[in-house]
Design a protein. Sequence first.
Length: 273
Amino acid sequence: MTRPYAEVIGDPIAHSKSPIIHGFWLEKRGIDAEYRATRVTSDDLPRFIAERRADPAWRGCNVTIPHKVEMLDLVDDPGGVRDSIGAMNTVVRQGADTLFGTNTDAAGFYAPIADVDLTGAPVAIVGAGGAARAVLFALSRMNVGPVTILNRSPLKAAALLSRFGLKGEVLPLTGRLPAAKLLVNTSALGMEGQPPLDLDLLPLPADALVYDIVYAPLHTPLLDAAEARGLETIDGLEMLVGQAAAAFELFFDQPAPREHDAELRARLIGGDA
């Protein structure tokens, strides 16, 4: 019997740390399976899904830029992800040829800030893509204050505010930040091979929290600038590992061994895998 496998798909994908994470957990659990990274272009996504649907060894995939919205049209949606978050980051095999999509990004984003009181607090978000949808979905359930979205397309950002019932405003990427308690970069800006995210952080209060979901590099210019101001920061590994843990259990029917998080983080930072 062919060895079972899962994978992460996107374009680009070479930067992904998901194979390190899932490979580490598979090793700790003693599961005879593998986890790959596969570059899939937007044009090739329907063919890719059709091929994997026909492969009984395939357990599913994590989905990253730029496929999180397009995936809605290619797999089943029993949990109503289309009408809630509006983006899928995980596809799972169920039975012989049924594939369903879900989203573990929202839970992964929320976990590191679960103890932060953001009730009524102003929030600023950079980006309006698939990851932003998961972040806004989580924030809409945290009773945050006004939300400012900085994005290249104001209309797209305004539509997201409306979708999640959030009050706020939309600014261009060059706009001035509000005095936000939480700043989240959900865009690819600052990622290896992408332009940097150049923001003036001076409007942020001294108790602001800066959260960058980019994890390659781990220490982004945004986080470096925040730390230089003495602001609290959260790096992209927090959300990455959190969403991966939920996906791992869906793929391999066992919970991720989170008791080894410190060892996993050391491996991810050291890049020794």
